[in-house]
Design a protein around this ligand. Structure first.
Ligand SMILES: Cc1ncc(COP(=O)(O)O)c(C=O)c1O
Length: 484
């Protein structure tokens, strides 16, 4: 990385220079630099409305970049060691869709873990690719998925020797990293492209203790939510292509296909400035987050009835790394499940990222401080003080059902469908993806058979208070299925 160059923020500078010209706007957006904006928006955004621009060829075109945006994306590529980097104003969702669209054609098989994010399902609908699932390992004590392993990949390849690509989530929401390097080596030897959903990994390059970044592990294409664990605005992500990846031009075309033709320039400037922040100060900022997370975990584990696993998760032989800034807090020793713990934490004015089984997931990032981690600790201590410690009886997270793919997601999307009560859907082929968000992993994907295991999983989650997402019926009294 050229550190001197990383001081630059070419797109931020271009936007600010343009705004200083005070051009009289005869173009979109219609509020014309805030003059026509509602009172709420004026109060909320203030002078930022002057910069609410989205399609200014004077400033550069996201989909045919030749000026400051091109330079901004080149700087991001240099920071992350990519051959080429693309900015996304539609999150990692768009990046995942674009990766699949660029690599797979209709009918191509793509090997996936069961816990692939629902954006993967979108990519399958758009491309016509056919999912082939490899098993994932489940840690019964911690109640989390450990992701797939090399043996599972080998079995999937043996059963589907013509597969075009493998896509993995790395690391998982809970911070667990599979042994990616060896899986990439094997996949490449079999002629497969390796696509990585690194939504939770924009901060990985900045601490040696974090799992090694997917690009360094040899992945071809890596999608990253810069907004999730680095400092850019919500909805902004990056897609990195390895230097030797031959389909980069197709990726460029696919990124244009899945995003707005009026990308918000705030978002692009936000990515440019977050990249500089990471390049110049990422090590210190992530180092502080890591130290805060380690101290927090240590203190949490001193509270009777509460526990938070740490690097010992790497004792599982298939785990290759762990991101310690992901704090899974297990309340089963207090007789609470994750939903109850979430509600009690909310009462203490603490909001967590996700709940499952008997735990909640808290993220410690570059935005945290001793005060914020102290607030979480205090809330946990208060909950512990009002509950008696009991014998651990974990509220078990049901393992995700093994998918039975009947038709491709695209075929299911285009098929004739009918709506049936969920209770009568056993054995039918789903025309929609049903998931609980977060983490947004489909229980049933489009084109998959609704098995007894699926129905049981959905019922258990709903009984535990989780609300399904994605089904047409919203609360799932009904589900759309393919007509027989
Ligand atoms: C593993 C994973 N992939 C992709 C996404 C989508 O990312 P984004 O919200 O940036 O579109 C998420 C979001 O939660 C995710 O957890």
């Amino acid at each position: 990385m050229d550190r001197e160059n990383q001081h630059k923020v070419p797109f931020v500078d271009a936007l600010e220079d343009y705004c200083r010209c005070h051009m009289v706007p005869f173009h979109t957006p219609g509020h014309k630099l805030g003059c026509g904006a509602s009172v709420y928006q004026k109060e909320l955004f203030g002078s930022a409305l002057d910069r609410d621009l989205g399609l200014m060829y004077a400033l550069d075109d996201l989909f045919r970049p030749e000026g400051p945006l091109r330079e901004a994306m080149q700087l991001a590529a240099d920071l992350y060691g990519a051959g080429r980097t693309f900015f996304s104003v539609n999150g990692t969702t768009a990046c995942v869709e674009a990766m699949i669209l660029a690599v797979c054609r209709r009918g191509d098989e793509i090997i996936l873990p069961r816990e692939a994010h629902r954006s993967v399902m979108n990519g399958l609908v758009l491309s016509g690719a056919v999912p082939v699932y490899m098993e994932s390992r489940f840690a019964a004590v911690q109640q989390i998925s450990l992701g797939p392993d090399l043996d599972g990949l080998k079995r999937a390849v043996k059963a589907h020797p013509g597969a075009r690509a493998v896509l993995v989530t790395y690391p998982t929401y809970d911070g667990v990293a599979i042994q990616l390097e060896e899986m990439v080596r094997y996949a490449h030897a079999q002629g497969l492209y390796v696509l990585v959903d690194e939504a939770h990994g924009a901060h990985l390059p900045f601490q040696a203790a974090f799992p090694k970044e997917a690009l360094v592990c040899g992945a071809d294409c890596v999608a990253q939510s810069t907004h999730k664990l680095a400092g850019s605005l919500t909805q902004t992500s990056m897609l990195h292509c390895a230097r030797a990846f031959p389909l980069t031009d197709k990726i460029a075309a696919a990124m244009a296909l899945v995003q707005s033709t009026s990308p918000q320039y705030w978002f692009l400037a936000s990515l440019d400035s977050a990249r500089r922040q990471l390049a110049l100060d990422g090590e210190r900022l992530t180092g502080r987050a890591l130290a805060l997370a380690r101290q927090l975990r240590h203190e949490l584990n001193l509270i009777s009835g509460i526990c938070s696993f740490g690097r010992e998760i790497m004792d599982y032989s298939t785990v290759g790394g762990f991101d310690e800034t992901k704090i899974t807090i297990d309340f089963s020793g207090l007789g609470l499940d994750g939903r109850e713990a979430e509600r009690l934490l909310r009462r203490e004015r603490v909001e967590v990222e996700m709940t499952a089984g008997s735990h909640v997931l808290a993220l410690i990032t570059i935005g945290d401080s001793e005060a914020s981690t102290a607030a979480l600790l205090k809330a946990c201590r208060r909950i512990a003080s009002s509950h008696s410690v009991c014998a651990v009886e974990r509220s078990t997270e049901p393992p995700l059902p093994i998918p039975q793919v009947c038709v491709s997601p695209q075929e299911a999307w285009n098929a004739e469908v009918e709506t049936v009560p969920l209770t009568q859907a056993l054995g039918r082929v789903s025309a929609e993806a049903i998931s609980f968000y977060p983490p947004g992993i489909p229980v049933v994907g489009l084109g998959e058979k609704i098995t007894a295991a699926c129905l049981e999983y959905i019922a258990r989650k709903m009984t535990a208070g989780y609300r399904p997402n994605g089904a047409a019926g919203g609360l799932l009294p009904t589900v759309r299925v393919l007509c027989l």
